[in-house]
Design a protein around this ligand. Sequence first.
Ligand SMILES: Cc1cc2nc3c(=O)[nH]c(=O)nc-3n(C[C@H](O)[C@H](O)[C@H](O)COP(=O)(O)OP(=O)(O)OC[C@H]3O[C@@H](n4cnc5c(N)ncnc54)[C@H](O)[C@@H]3O)c2cc1C
Length: 502
Amino acid sequence: MTDLPRSAQVVVIGGGIVGCSVAYHLAKRGVETLLLERHQLSSGSTWHAAGLIGQLRTNANITKLLGYSVELYDRLEEETGYATGWRRNGGLRLACNADRWIEVKRQATSARSFGLEMQLLSAKEAQALWPLMNVDDVIGAAFLPTDGQANPSDITQALAKGARLAGAKLVEGVAVTDFIIENDRVRGVVTNRGAVACEKLVLCAGLWTQPLAARAGVAVPLSAVHHQYLVTEKINGVTSDLPTLRDPDRLTYYKEEVGGLVMGGYEPNPVPWSSGAVPEDFAFRLLEDDWDHFEPIMDLALGRVPALAEAGVKQMINGLESFTPDGNWMIGEAPEVRNFFVGAGFNAFGIASAGGAGMALAEWAADGEQPFDLWPVDIRRFGAPHRDPNWVRVRTLQAYARHYSIAWPFEEFTSGRPLRRSPLYDRLKAKGACFGEKMGFERPNWFADLSAGEEPRDRYSFGRPGWFEAVGREHRACREAAALFDQTSFAKALIVGKDAEA
Ligand SMILES: Cc1cc2nc3c(=O)[nH]c(=O)nc-3n(C[C@H](O)[C@H](O)[C@H](O)COP(=O)(O)OP(=O)(O)OC[C@H]3O[C@@H](n4cnc5c(N)ncnc54)[C@H](O)[C@@H]3O)c2cc1C
């Protein structure tokens, strides 16, 4: 049995790809690091991931972190001597309607602004890179040459090896069962092999993060959701240099694997894990294949890649993954307990994210500061409604279903509403308010002119928004008449003390 140290500067909990990346980066910074894994490294969600590594997100700083992952995966094999299966095959993203094409062109512009060389291609040019696909409905495509694919378990083992080489200790077969907290500050962890003192901890326990964090009073709003992909036998024309392919209008993604294809998708009606907490012994395990549920995804894929109709299916993977209410991961210091860091909720892009997320978390934990603004993934962005697991599940399922939908400017979630209402809610509604939601609170975004038959309903667009005229009317009313603002949904700060002004 491996020795278990009795203390470490930082304890990392969980040996999935994220925990191993955090340990790697902490050790590289010279921090005394101990990683504890209940089973074996990569045995949670990591081992069954499809392995697509894409970089483009709507937020520039998150894209920067994913770009860092690619830089790291580029050098990891040479640095550690452990084969990672990393290949920079590039990534294609298709657009099949005018709005999607606007979105893709905007993404290309912002990608270039932060140094990614994203190319815009015609349907024919895209087909030259991916000859097996039918492009009858394709308007255009974006190609990111630096995207790629890897073997998730091997990347994890390489990170673990790199961490050990840099001085970290990684111990398998040790479960953290509780925390030692004094004066709202981390002092150590309790394990099935005794206590370990530490100054800081980083909780990267994947699907098990939420119940474990709750023991310390830390809220981690995530839900476990099923996610499926299939792996085919060899298909003529599938070569090892085939780029990864994302076809958001058909909800599907593809990558080459041993001369065949991996094909998966994001269903509009995702299936949540609904049997309480995920069991502790759910290691290297899959769920039952659910072909009925996968059939609509398969139909969409057959329209794009007709060769799938003849291809033998080698395996169906139905895995469990942690998803969050807004589709972004959670990193950073929990607001409830000092020196208690979390890295969880990777929404089926944890392999792509782990390099950058691990680097950012290590820097945050070691120096007390994030490397740059990471608010969209900061655990502190959540509030009171996110403590209700039922509400979190409902909202998370909508976030999953929206994974490939067009990200409209000012788009509002519709699930789990209305949750919190101002006392004026009904009166505002009767006056034509079209509500948005802030931290669960319903807040009027604009008012429809009911007398003119206008409907209080958002119509999203990349052009002039549907509420343009309505907001114009409000501005005019504020300038020329009077306006009343309902401030119920805004945070209020109560400042007390001898110099506080009344
Ligand atoms: C079907 C499927 C396909 C996917 N495809 C892709 C893809 O193509 N690209 C991509 O980027 N992402 C993909 N993902 C997502 C990716 O697999 C995850 O985001 C990623 O593996 C999450 O890693 P993690 O380290 O956070 O969690 P995990 O890998 O689950 O690791 C958590 C670890 O914590 C350990 N642990 C839990 N509790 C304790 C405890 N009390 N004490 C000690 N250890 C504990 C667990 O045993 C586990 O090993 C996919 C996911 C699924 C389900």
